[in-house]
Ligand binder design. Sequence first.
Ligand code: IMP
Ligand code: MG
Length: 180
Amino acid sequence: MERMFGKPIVTQEQMRARIRELGRQISADYAGKDLVLVGVLKGAYAFYADLARAIRIPVRVDFIIVTSSKPRTKAAAKVKQVTELTEKITGKDVLLVEDIVDSGVTAQYLLKVLAKKKPRSINVCTLLSKQDCRIADVRVEYVGFTVPDQYIVGYGLDYRQKYRNLPYLAVLDQKELQDE
Ligand code: IMP
Ligand code: MG
């Protein structure tokens, strides 16, 4: 990394501890069920890998790639599904794994798309939630951290496809956005 970014908003230690808790909770909630973890790429890749390994019951893994052209205003993003699932989810218990739920438009769109395949249940697990930014009324069962309305990068989250490999979560301030 040629540049480091301000204070991490969530440290690696906090993240590790919280993901362990989420893994325990999900393992208990889904014991005896047929869990398919559906990761939303690209943003969820880092969280997904750590969460999956914190879950102590057998799971199937699958991914879906979406792009959302997100305006910097509060207008809703346009979501486009780029790839299909490879696992069958009909009759199974699906957990959608997201990096961040902001307006909620992406999660709501994906819940609608996946519901058509008739899973037995479907829930959302997100590392971050910008609770105050919701446009779409979407139920998020598992939240790692609730964060304020600031632009966050690292640990999978990008700004214009960069910074996903930062090993922690950091706020990208206005100046850094303009410098791009
Ligand atoms: P939505 O507004 O809930 O539909 O979120 C759409 C997508 O916008 C998320 O999956 C992220 O990829 C991206 N996003 C929203 N807020 C942030 C942020 O603070 N940093 C990086 N990406 C974000
Ligand atoms: Mg993104």
